[in-house]
Design a protein around this ligand. Sequence first.
Ligand SMILES: *Cc1c(COP(=O)(O)O)cnc(C)c1O
Length: 386
Amino acid sequence: MSHSSQRFGTRAIHAGQQPDPTTGAIMTPIFQTSTYVQDAVGSPREGYDYARVKNPTREALQGNLASLENAKHGAAFSAGLAALEALFKAVLSEGDHMICGADVYGGLDRMLRYVWSKFGVEFDFVDTTDLEAIRGAVRDETRLIHVETPSNPTITITDIAACAAVAHEAGALLSVDNTFATPFLQRPLDLGADVVMHSTTKFLNGHSDMIGGALLTNSDELAEGFHFQQKTTGGVPGPFDCWLVLRGTKTLHLRMPAHCANAARVAALLDGHAEVESVRYPGLASHPQHELAKTQMDGFGSMVSFDLGTQERANRFAAVTEVFQLAESLGGVESLVSIPTSMTHASVPEDKKMELGITPGLVRLSVGVEDAEDLVEDLSKALTEL
Ligand SMILES: *Cc1c(COP(=O)(O)O)cnc(C)c1O
C-alpha cells in the first residue's frame, strides 16, 4: 500500500506498516529474533538471513520515518550518536574535511574531538547562522556540512535552504539534525538537505523509554551506504526499541501541537519576568531568527532556554521545580529541566561554552504536554524561591 499521497497524521499512524500477513495482527510484531531459517543454502526467504542486516520491525520503522521526512529511504540506528557515526563513516575518509555547526549536541562535539580527530578527519566548528562564515570555512576537501536547527541548548535557527546552497556550491553534502523540530514542524529534505538525522530517543519516541537514532535521505547511493554501515559496523536498534518508536510516531501529530502550545505559554511567562535575564524561544518576536523560524518551521517547538544570571540561581531553580523534573534529555510527554553547562554540555571546553552563550545561569526546559496551568504555576513558584 502506498501512503505517499496521504496527509501527515495518517502517514504517522500507517506508513511503513501493514497488518501482519500471517495473523492479521494490526500492530507490527516485535520480531525478536537474531536469525531466520533458510529453505536451501544461499536462499533466505525475502532476503532475511541475519537480523543485523534486516529485521521486519526495524524495516517498518525505517519506512515510517522516511515517509514523515518525505524521504525515499530510512536507516535506523541504536542511538542518535550511532546514526551520526554511521553518516560520517559512510561519507568521510581520512583527509576529508567537515564543517559542523558550533552549537550542536554536546555528545557530537565530544565524538568529533576525541574519536574522529584520531582518524585523520579534519573539522571546523562554525556559527551556521553566518553564511559567510560557512563559505569561509569551505576547503577543497570539505565533504560534509552538518547543522542542528533549532540548536541545543541556545535554540538558534540555521537557514537550511541557504546552507544547502552553500554545501552544493562546494560539492559537499548537507546533513541536518532535525531532532528538536521533528518532521511535524520542519522537513529539511524539502529545503534541499541531503540527509536528515534524528535522535529518535526524543520527540519521535516521545515517552522517554528507549535510545535510538535514524538517517533519512532521498539518495539511493547514500541509503546504500547507510545500510552497508548497519550490516558492517552493527549499530542497529533492537526490535523492541523500533516498536516503541513506531508506537511513538503514531501520536506525533497530536503531541507536537500540545508541546508547542505549552512552550509558548511558558516562554510568555518567562519573557520579561523580573527574575529572568533573557529567554530563547523562536516563537518570541525578540528571538534573533524569529522571522526565519516562521518561514522554515510550521511551529516553534517545545524547547525553551533562559538565563538566571548565575549557576547558583540556575541550580536552585532546577532543584525546586516539582512538575519539571531535573534530568538530561528532552522530547518526552513529561516536562524536564536541565542545566546545560554542567549536564548535557559538561564536556564542551569552558571558553567554547561562553562563546556559544552556554552561560553558567542558562536553564533549558523541555516543555511536556501536562496541563499548561500546572507548568506555569510550577515555574512561577520556583522563580519566587531563588
Ligand atoms: C540526544 C540528541 C542527540 C544524540 O542522540 P542519542 O540518541 O542520545 O545518541 C543528537 N542530537 C540531538 C539534537 C539530541 O538532542
